[in-house]
Design a protein around this ligand. Structure first.
Ligand code: THU
Length: 134
C-alpha cells in the first residue's frame, strides 16, 4: 500500500461524509500493521455536538473489529489550509501509539505528514494511568 493509494482511499471515503450542516466533508483511510484498511468519514447530527470526525470514525471501525496496531492514516478535505485532526481525534490516535504517520492532504494535492506523537506531544496515555515512568 503506497501513500498515494491510501490517499485515494481517503478521497473515496470522503464521498460518504454526512455533512448537511457544515458542508465540510472529510475522509480518512487508516492502515493497520497487517495491511488492512479502514475508511471513515465525518457524520454530523442535528444535535451538532454529536458529530463524529472522519478520523475517529475510521479508528472506531478498526478497533471494534479487533485492530490495535496502526501505521498510517490519510486525511483528506477540500480546504486550502490543510485539515489536521482535531484535539479529540489526536487523543484517540495517541491511544494507539505515537508513531502513527498522519498524512494530511487537500484536493489540490497539497500534502503534509506528521506523526501522532508530533500532533499530540505529552498525550495522556496508559503510562500516566498506571504510574509508569518513561
Ligand atoms: N472534521 C473532521 O471530520 N475531522 C477533523 O479533523 C476536523 C473536523 C469535521 C467535523 C465536522 O463535521 C466538520 O469537519 C466541520 O467541523
Amino acid at each position: 500500500m503506497t501513500d498515494q493509494e491510501l490517499i485515494e482511499l481517503a478521497k473515496k471515503a470522503r464521498r460518504n461524509a454526512y455533512v448537511p450542516y457544515s458542508g465540510f466533508a472529510v475522509g480518512a483511510a487508516l492502515l493497520t500493521r497487517e495491511g488492512k484498511i479502514y475508511l471513515g468519514a465525518n457524520i454530523e447530527n442535528a444535535s451538532y455536538g454529536l458529530t463524529t470526525c472522519a478520523e475517529r470514525t475510521a479508528i472506531f471501525k478498526a478497533v471494534s473489529e479487533g485492530e490495535r496496531e496502526f501505521v498510517a492514516m490519510a486525511v483528506v478535505a477540500d480546504s486550502e489550509e490543510l485539515s489536521s485532526p482535531c484535539g479529540a481525534c489526536r487523543q484517540v490516535l495517541a491511544e494507539f501509539g505515537d508513531r502513527i504517520r498522519v498524512i494530511m492532504v487537500n484536493l489540490e494535492g497539497k500534502q503534509q505528514e506528521m506523526t501522532s506523537g508530533e500532533l499530540l506531544p505529552a498525550a495522556f496515555t496508559v503510562k500516566q494511568l498506571r504510574g509508569q515512568a518513561d
